[in-house]
Design a protein. Structure first.
Length: 263
């Protein structure tokens, strides 16, 4: 069910399921996206009896305001949003840019994040100069590049399904606007504290990877995985076969199973 609240003078839109269950799990979307990318995963978690809260970040989807310009500012916003809902302790799952937000939030408030789930994550998370330039000056090219690398090849997904997924992703990015996408990608590229944040994480953490991810490839996840292990908390790494970067849209059932790993 969709709800709204006021935070810092702006309307925040969010979906919530099973409000009586505890603890809550917050699902945070990635760059240029909104809460819609989590729809199928949220439904699966709710069906398993979990309290699921999925916000639109400022300037995304139906939330007012301007997109925050840094990962740390977005993490502070997530914690303020949790405060507004009266959540003292909760799980946090973030996809891509959302995973960096999750790492930053877990550093700022380690006792509050009972489980951290990082989907399609790298630290640091460099963005190709070509994509940054396109996001600022040629949105259509930026959308095409993101679609090219977000999904598994057509030989795996099938031509029709890949076209459908790309069309939905393009529509979402167009709806959220090129300025928002450019700000988000710039924030990802600029945040260099990820490995240090991971090394301070001492609670249970899931690192969920798409085996065919070409944006945050499995072969590049090693430093983040090692940093999380150095933190001393329980770390679980899962690779989803047949999935690229947009794993929660391609195989939401597998993502749900992974997110429920401690249940």
């Amino acid at each position: 069910m969709t709800h709204t609240l006021q935070l810092d003078g702006h309307r925040v839109a969010f979906d919530e399921s099973c409000p009586a269950a505890a603890p809550a799990i917050l699902l945070i979307h990635g760059a240029g996206h909104d809460r819609g990318v989590w729809q199928a995963v949220a439904a699966g978690l709710a069906a398993a009896g979990r309290r699921v809260i999925v916000p639109d970040l400022p300037g995304h989807g139906d939330s007012e305001g301007e997109a925050n310009g840094t990962v740390d500012a977005m993490a502070a916003w997530v914690l303020a949003f949790a405060d507004a809902l009266g959540l003292e302790r909760f799980e946090l799952a973030g996809h891509s840019m959302g995973s960096l937000i999750g790492l930053a939030a877990a550093t700022a408030a380690p006792a509050r994040i009972v489980r951290l789930h990082l989907l399609g994550s790298l630290a640091p998370m460099p963005v190709a100069p070509l994509l940054l330039e396109a996001a600022r000056n040629d949105p259509a090219q930026a959308h095409a590049l993101i679609n090219k690398f977000s999904f598994a090849p057509a030989e795996v997904l099938g031509e029709e399904r890949r076209r459908t997924l790309e069309a939905g992703n393009r529509a979402r990015m167009e709806r959220n606007g090129s300025e928002t996408l450019a700000r988000d990608l710039t924030a990802c590229n600029a945040w260099q504290e990820g490995l240090a944040a991971a090394a301070r994480r001492d609670g249970p953490t899931l690192l969920l990877c798409g085996a065919l991810d070409r944006m945050t490839p499995v072969k590049a996840v090693g430093p983040l995985h090692e940093a999380l292990q150095a933190g001393g908390g329980e770390v679980r790494r899962v690779e989803l076969p047949g999935c690229g970067h947009a794993m929660q849209e391609v195989d939401p059932a597998a993502v749900v199973r992974a997110l429920l790993w401690r249940d």
